[in-house]
Write a protein of this length. Structure first.
Length: 138
């Protein structure tokens, strides 16, 4: 959660900085250049807004996931140990190192997440030509 909260704060600060820069940009004698710069800043603000929305949605998803809910099959919030890697299904954060252990925090909507959903211990699945065997679901 802390990673996502930090990401949201960083993106919001970037949006605020871009807005301030756009508002402080004075119109020069080169009117077209001024308008082009403002339009490019607006495109950047829009991209950052989308990133902020996605990060907020991931944070909401993470907050509403019960990490202690037990299930025999892979669900949102499951920690899945395969013979190759350990995955946590909740939000697409990528690789995280925690206490000398590497976890891949992935979204259930990702290709890997979709292949894992509803699978059980000892089920196998394949993604991009790589086979995985479910060893444990926590």
């Amino acid at each position: 959660m802390q990673l996502l909260q930090d990401k949201c704060l960083y993106i919001q600060q970037s949006i605020d900085d871009a807005r301030a820069a756009s508002n402080n940009d004075t119109k020069s004698s080169m009117g077209d250049k001024y308008e082009t710069t403002r339009e490019m800043m607006q495109i950047e603000i829009n991209k950052l807004g989308l990133q902020l929305y996605e990060a907020q949605q991931m944070l909401l998803s993470l907050k509403t996931t019960d990490p202690y809910q037990k299930s025999d099959s892979v669900q949102m919030g499951s920690l899945v140990k395969t013979e190759k890697m350990v995955f946590y299904l909740c939000a697409g954060l990528g690789k995280i190192n925690l206490e000398n252990e590497t976890y891949f925090v992935i979204s259930p909507g990702s290709p890997m997440g979709k292949m894992m959903l509803n699978k059980k211990v000892n089920d196998a699945f394949e993604v991009n030509g790589v086979k995985y065997l479910m060893k444990e679901i926590i």
